[in-house]
Design a protein around this ligand. Structure first.
Ligand SMILES: N[C@@H](CCC(=O)N[C@@H](CS)C(=O)NCC(=O)O)C(=O)O
Length: 153
């Protein structure tokens, strides 16, 4: 039975879960559900109305961090959890890409709108919002997230 991931297309939490699955090279199907209608769809699996939700046979895993925890145990190749959680070097935690980098970059994806994101970004008609986004272009954290996306997504 293949893994299914229920998502909103432009949710940073959903992006976090999708990226973790992609990074681990796991075969899965994305099922895009729409806000508002999602409540009825999710009711079949859980009492809580948030996405992402991972379905694997009878197993239901809800929440981006819980999904990563689940994937780490089921698919330990390409670990995303640092072995030594207190080590701090080039990456946010440890010396290699981990769930810390994945999580923070996913949270920033709606601002950075990286080209590697699997769903296309809509044009932003509001000039004030365009200006706001533009004002972050040179910010080191913005650049850091772009780099993480280009190297690891
Ligand atoms: N802590 C959860 C938060 C998930 C979450 O808030 N998802 C939002 C979309 S970004 C959602 O499903 N909102 C709809 C709702 O609350 O009914 C996670 O990490 O997955």
């Amino acid at each position: 039975m293949s893994i299914k991931l229920l998502v909103f297309p432009h949710s940073h939490y959903c992006e976090k879960a999708r990226w973790a699955l992609d990074f681990k090279g796991i075969d899965y199907q994305v099922r895009v559900i729409m806000p508002w209608f999602h409540v009825r769809t999710l009711k079949k699996y859980t009492d809580v109305s948030t996405v992402p939700v991972l379905l694997n046979g009878e197993t239901v895993v809800q929440g981006s961090s819980k999904i990563i925890d689940y994937l780490e145990t089921q698919h330990p190749a390409h670990l995303l959890s640092p072995l030594d959680r207190y080590e701090l070097r080039e990456c946010l935690v440890g010396d290699r890409f981990s769930r810390a980098d994945l999580s923070v970059s996913s949270m920033l994806s709606l601002l950075v709108m990286p080209e590697q994101h699997p769903f296309p970004w809509p044009a932003i008609p509001d000039p004030q919002l365009q200006k706001f986004i533009h004002s972050y272009h040179r910010h080191p954290v913005y650049k850091w997230a772009q780099k993480i996306y280009s190297r690891h997504r």
